[in-house]
Design a protein around this ligand. Structure first.
Ligand code: ADP
Ligand code: MG
Length: 390
């Protein structure tokens, strides 16, 4: 299981975040980058006004659903796609017009893209030759890169003689051989089966520790990968950057309802804000008034005004099922029961909230009859306020 609190908002991430404020010192800078495919009525905006800085040593995940513009952002930085507007910079230097091979970036794609007729060692050496690394040095650099991914014994094999996981390691070694200051990975684990994905994820964590000065941009649609690897997460939706922060901040105080739902899953219950005291508020929904967290709004966002509408974000595992007799219980009916191994997901309808289903996760394999009535209890505080989508 992925445990949210651990190890991510580490010192390097925090320092990286500060350093990345300064464009000249940032390893990666996207400055108002836009990418539009096609023209006229058929034009698609694949990336709109995208701004991001990544510091040396920092790992940033681009997380979002399919088609949200993640690969487009990565490709604009790698040089595979020409931005329609804006600039990309590496270490402060504008590289928007530089060909990919001259950017000195390591790139790993989902499809491995190894040369099938070349042995592993020659695949890994490929970038070095085009960078004109002296021949005497190439063998050592190849050995070093293969060693980093645990593939030292496979240099003479052809790609087809390797498993999918091994091929992806070779692709990573090839990217690392040029000792890039910036490493881009686009869904590198997506083609692997679940178990292999877990072990490769652990290897990528080790690799990240072994490359303390390398800036990494990691594209994924899988929140578990983003949580495991990233110092900061950029949440993408519909060609736009929705939110960017440490995983922990995005999880605990989601700035938008999209991020609340996409990162971890959430019940988003429409409510009316009552009294606000500091970072707490009383909110009302379904004739019930509860205490919630009310994070200080970030610059440019509206405050929690008494009487205004907002969303109460409650994680499914934070709700409790109890007997109907309990005076704290909100009465609900069981609509669906889905066993997920370590927990069971109940989908409940609540009479007092006709348009709102509640997801509740209970431990283990819990048995409830469809249609039966149960009580639901909210935690204290009940959740965290999220701005209603405008
Ligand atoms: P993601 O990586 O988040 O799944 P992409 O960056 O690949 O998303 O795509 C973003 C949007 O741009 C999608 O709507 C996609 O269909 C469109 N798109 C991507 N590449 C091209 C292309 N070469 N030509 C036209 N549209 C494209
Ligand atoms: Mg993609």
């Amino acid at each position: 299981m992925t445990d949210i609190g651990v190890g991510r908002a580490g010192t390097r991430g925090a320092a990286g975040t500060r350093a990345a404020q300064d464009s000249a010192s940032a390893a990666i800078t996207f400055d108002r980058v836009g990418v539009r495919y096609g023209r006229g009525k058929k034009a698609t905006d694949a990336l709109v006004d995208f701004n991001l800085r990544v510091a040396a040593g920092e790992t940033v995940a681009l997380l979002g659903p399919s088609g949200s513009g993640k690969s487009t952002a990565l490709n604009a930085l790698a040089g595979f796609v020409r931005p329609t507007s804006g600039t990309v910079r590496l270490g402060g230097r504008d590289v928007t017009d530089l060909p990919p091979a001259r950017r000195g970036i390591g790139v790993v794609l989902q499809s491995y893209a190894l040369f099938p007729h070349m042995r592993v060692a020659d695949n890994v050496a490929f970038g070095l030759k085009s960078q004109r690394v002296p021949r005497a040095e190439v063998a050592g650099r190849v050995a070093e890169a293969l060693e980093m991914v645990g593939m030292s014994d496979y240099g003479r094999r052809l790609p087809r003689e390797l498993s999918g996981g091994q091929q992806q390691r070779v692709a990573i070694a090839r990217a690392l051989a040029i000792r890039p200051g910036v490493l881009l990975l686009d869904e590198p684990l997506a083609a692997l089966d679940a178990q292999l994905r877990q072990s490769m994820l652990a290897e990528l964590q080790r690799l990240k520790e072994a490359l303390p000065d390398t800036a990494m941009l990691y594209v994924t649609h899988d929140q578990a990968e983003a949580l495991a690897l990233a110092d900061r997460i950029v949440v993408m939706n519909d060609a736009r950057l929705m939110d960017v922060d440490t995983a922990e901040n995005l999880w605990r105080r989601p700035p938008t309802s999209f991020t609340a739902a996409f990162l971890g899953g959430a019940n988003l219950i429409p409510c009316t804000v009552g009294r606000v005291i500091g970072t707490s508020a009383l909110v009302t929904f379904a004739h019930k008034t509860v205490n919630t967290e009310a994070p200080q709004p970030t610059v440019g966002r509206t405050d929690w005004a008494p009487g205004s509408r907002a969303l109460l974000c409650v994680r499914p595992h934070a709700l409790r099922i109890l007997s109907l007799g309990d005076r704290d219980a909100l009465r609900a009916n069981v609509n669906a029961v889905v066993w997920r191994g370590a927990s069971t997901r109940l989908v409940l309808s609540v009479g007092a909230m006709p348009d709102q289903l509640l997801d509740v996760d209970v431990p283990g394999n819990a048995h409830y009859e469809i249609g039966s009535e149960v009580g639901v209890r909210f935690p204290e505080p009940a959740g965290v306020l999220v701005a209603a989508a405008s």
